[in-house]
Design a protein around this ligand. Structure first.
Ligand SMILES: [Cu+2]
Length: 489
């Protein structure tokens, strides 16, 4: 058996944070604001005052994911994932972003309440980090929970840009009252690499025979599907299964696994034979009913915090339930102390991921308004991409989605196509109200998988004024139409 990988990101040094004035500072060549976009306060070519808490350097990087396999990608500070950012809730944070590439970049703070001007979305008016430029971003870290940061550049047909690259990292906003009852904490990001175009949908899952598919049309769309993204290599963090150190554990320990799907394209499910994942948070937000499950499913952008009790000594593969993904690298060995056995994998018990088992019974405050979003696919055929529409229209939906500050909205997603979509709302959190007719309460997320032909409703209070991007977190879906801009009146 080869050595297996163990990546435990070091605890970032406790940042000494100056309570400076919170504003966006700009230190590179500034671009004129886009029409209709707010312009950010700019200090042209000025050196940033004081030292940043974190500096992210964007540059091309070779990552050795296995002893005989290296990939060429773009990374933050030469590492995948980038540096772990770990701060107390409510702390001001200063991040300098240095772009050592030839293309504009955006760093998005996923799951955080930040202003549109620093959120890292061009659509919201965040200024870019110019090619070979630098820019300072300042914000207050909130809300508490497992957040993350990643590039928000568009890729379109360039599969070496945007979230196909290694530009992502964990951002942990620590709560002052987190009891932290665990013996070890590991940060595990699920990734695929070397994307290519294919007519095969590689992460298509077996349909749940009990899925009611309320949005399924009477007549199926007969037009041939467009190209999908496949991947040749997989990893957890920067190492393929078999390429690094194992996660070393002792019997009786409680391991807190901080899980992130950082893929641009694929939904993943992972399992650890003989062990259960006690899900305590989804997208960084504590769930009302922590439950132990055999398999954790995450769509691109989603996170889960799971406590795993080490009560079955051996040497096990924590890996993708999909054989092709696991065999191409998505896994890491979990090794109990003093074990001499072979490394083992066993298929996980069959089951279907259901967010609502982690919720509670209960009702939601009545919405002031309901927004319906119908998602449709225009199939591209075997030689083109699929295109996507929301309510029959392409981005940006001008004045279609206008929020009034302080009002509560129910947003109803009608997923009228045969794909699962992890949809993400920037700068806000929402609460799941129902999924395919199953009511629930207390599940707070920023990214939600809309199931195939499914209907789901979320409740959101408009409490973060500013332009707000909504999109599918599958890069190709977003780039080809699956996004909309919410405005505040
Ligand atoms: Cu999608």
């Amino acid at each position: 058996m080869r050595r297996r990988d163990f990546v435990k990101l070091g605890c970032a040094a406790a940042a000494s944070l100056g309570a400076g004035k919170l504003a966006l500072a700009q230190t590179s060549q500034s671009m004129p604001p886009m029409p209709g976009m707010p312009s950010a306060p700019a200090s042209r070519d000025a050196a940033p005052a004081g030292k940043a808490d974190y500096t992210l350097e964007i540059a091309p990087q070779i990552i050795e994911i296995a002893p005989t396999v290296a990939i060429s990608t773009i990374a933050y500070n030469g590492k995948v994932p980038g540096p772990l950012m770990r701060v107390r809730e409510g702390q001001p944070v200063t991040v300098d972003v240095v772009n050592n590439t030839d293309t504009p970049e955006f760093v998005h703070w996923h799951g955080m309440y930040v202003a549109s001007e620093v959120d890292g979305a061009e659509e919201e008016g965040t200024p870019m980090v110019a090619p070979h430029g630098r820019r300072r971003f300042q914000f207050v870290a909130r809300p508490a929970g497992l957040r993350w940061y990643h590039t928000h550049a568009m890729s379109m047909m360039d599969l070496h840009r945007g979230s196909y690259t290694g530009q992502y990292g964990f951002f942990l906003v620590e709560s002052a009252n987190d009891p932290g009852r665990y013996d070890q904490e590991v940060f595990l990001s699920l990734r695929d690499w070397e994307p290519f175009l294919t007519t095969v949908d590689s992460d298509e899952t077996e349909p749940d025979p009990n899925d009611p598919m309320p949005e399924k049309p009477e007549k199926p769309d007969a037009r041939p599907n467009g190209l999908e993204i496949g991947s040749r290599l997989y990893s957890i963090n920067d190492k393929a299964l078999g390429a690094g150190e194992p996660i070393r554990v002792k019997q009786g320990q409680r391991i807190l696994m901080r899980l992130l799907n950082a893929s641009a394209s694929q939904i993943f499910a992972i399992a650890l034979p003989g062990h259960k994942f006690q899900i305590v948070s989804l997208d960084g937000n504590p769930v009302p009913t922590p439950k132990a499950v055999d398999v954790v499913q995450l769509g691109p952008g989603e996170r889960a915090d799971a406590i795993v009790e080490m009560n079955r000594p051996g040497i096990w593969i924590l890996g993708a339930t999909r054989d092709d993904a696991r065999e191409a690298g998505m896994g890491v060995v979990v090794e109990y102390a003093n074990q001499k056995t072979d490394t083992q994998w066993q298929p996980a018990p069959k089951g279907f991921w259901d967010y609502t088992i982690f919720g509670r019974a209960g009702t939601h405050p009545a919405p002031d308004q309901t927004i319906d979003m119908v998602i449709e696919k225009i199939p591209g055929g075997p030689h083109d991409m699929n295109h996507w529409t929301i309510n029959g229209k392409a981005y940006p939906h001008d004045n279609e989605f206008v929020l009034k500050q302080g009002l509560r909205y129910n947003i109803v997603f009608h997923n009228r196509n045969d794909d699962d979509h992890p949809v993400h709302m920037h700068r806000h959190l929402f609460e799941l109200v129902e999924l395919n007719g199953r009511p629930t309460a207390g599940i707070v997320k920023d990214t939600l998988i809309m199931p195939v032909f499914g209907r789901s409703t979320v409740s959101m209070v408009a409490d973060q004024p500013g332009l707000t991007l909504f999109h599918c977190h599958i890069q190709m879906h977003m780039d080809f139409g699956f996004k909309a801009l919410f405005r505040y009146a």
